[in-house]
Design a protein. Structure first.
Length: 391
């Protein structure tokens, strides 16, 4: 079956439910074939190519993970929609010269929402509105009063009210979506055996972000993966691990090696060779959602004193931050692959251990290079001659 838009999904799911082994193929692999432009001829051509083993099936997780993926993708859409309404509320405030976003870091926080609801309810007195200041707000009462002194025109107030109502509707839908996700995760874990190892303590104690689900994620994830805790890997929070598993599943045997896995994620170099000469080794453009999740996780590692953070900084200093994010995302993908396959229980060695290991590698290469040129390295502090190690 050819993967075209989302039209293939109902037929695929019906055939799969009836016990058929459906192979979903990427039309990109045969798009340059001339003279076969009709749907009927395309189907016949795909059947012939598959019969002689020239087509590979695209990855699709098992049915339970597919349902979890649909819930989580819809949740991301709701979060993005809520963010869009927040931006429109900020625009309406600026049009009224109400500089609330400058004194409150988040207008949908405790202080911001109290003030917005009062403005929509018809209150305009800056001193009365400033009384809603939460004790944790860093702006002073006087600063909030100055920021709330504006030109409250009816048309801008109407836009503010409409977007506040839509934002509240998104929050209601998010709460319902979270309940559906929690229920589905419980259904997935109900049929699985209890993991052989207990859930380890979290490596980092962190506050739950506002956009994350409100239920506990680590315990069902630990059960779903058969005792693997992906949150022990730096940069992967519980919600990140849940979204990643919804995209790739828990069975890593679908990819023969970790190189196949990183290639599927489009995080590995796509070498273009012509006439024995390498033309390009850039990574392929792709909308792979799992790769996006890993790239975002890699971006959070830059300032951390971890081995992965030290790796990111070293690569960024050599080839730039953009490529360092891709390289670190690839390393994260390898760690996830090995962990889910049962080959690795990740323990961070720390940035100092990584820097020492890297220094040892550099010294070994320098010794070998110096020996090749007929020289030896000398330690300036001790005067010791550092000979190259025998091959």
């Amino acid at each position: 079956m050819e993967a075209t838009g989302v039209y293939w999904i109902p037929l695929y799911e019906i055939l799969e439910a009836r016990g058929f082994d459906v192979v979903l193929v990427n039309a990109k692999h045969v798009k340059n074939v001339p003279g076969r432009k009709s749907d009927v001829l395309d189907c016949e051509w795909l059947r012939e190519l598959h019969s002689v083993g020239l087509l590979r099936g695209s990855f699709r997780p098992v049915d339970g993970i597919v349902a979890l993926r649909a819930y989580l993708r819809h949740r991301e859409t709701l979060v993005q929609t809520a963010g869009m309404h927040i931006q429109r509320m900020q625009k309406a405030l600026v049009q009224m010269n109400v500089q609330l976003p400058l004194v409150v870091s988040d207008i949908t926080g405790v202080t911001g929402l109290r003030i917005l609801r009062d403005i929509v309810a018809g209150r305009r007195d800056p001193h009365a509105l400033a009384q809603h200041r939460d004790g944790r707000c860093q702006a002073t009462h006087a600063e909030i009063v100055a920021a709330l002194t504006g030109n409250y025109r009816p048309e801008h107030l109407f836009v503010l009210q409409q977007n506040l109502e839509l934002f509240d509707a998104c929050q209601t839908q998010l709460a319902a979506c979270d309940r559906a996700i929690e229920t589905h995760v419980q259904v997935l874990t109900a049929t699985l055996e209890a993991p052989p190892t207990p859930l380890p303590a979290p490596r980092v104690t962190r506050k739950r972000a506002n956009h994350e689900p409100h239920f506990e994620i680590r315990t069902p994830l630990h059960h779903l993966t058969g005792g693997v805790d992906l949150t022990q890997i730096d940069g992967i929070a519980p919600y990140t691990a849940l979204k990643l598993l919804a995209e790739i599943g828990t069975d890593m045997h679908r990819w023969t090696t970790e190189k196949h896995f990183t290639s599927w994620l489009t995080l590995a170099p796509k070498n273009k060779v012509s006439g024995g000469r390498l033309i390009s080794s850039r990574t392929e453009r792709s909308a792979n959602r799992a790769a996006v999740i890993l790239r975002i996780a890699a971006m959070t590692l830059g300032r951390g004193q971890t081995a992965l953070g030290a790796f990111y900084r070293r690569v960024a200093g050599r080839i730039g931050k953009a490529q360092a994010i891709t390289a670190t995302a690839r390393k994260l993908a390898i760690l996830v692959y090995r962990a889910l396959k049962g080959e690795l229980v990740y323990r961070d060695p720390g940035a100092d251990a990584y820097d020492l290991q890297q220094r040892t590698r550099v010294l070994r290469r320098l010794r070998h290079r110096a020996a090749t040129l007929g020289f030896d390295l000398v330690n300036r502090d001790t005067g010791e001659i550092l000979h190259a190690a025998p091959a």
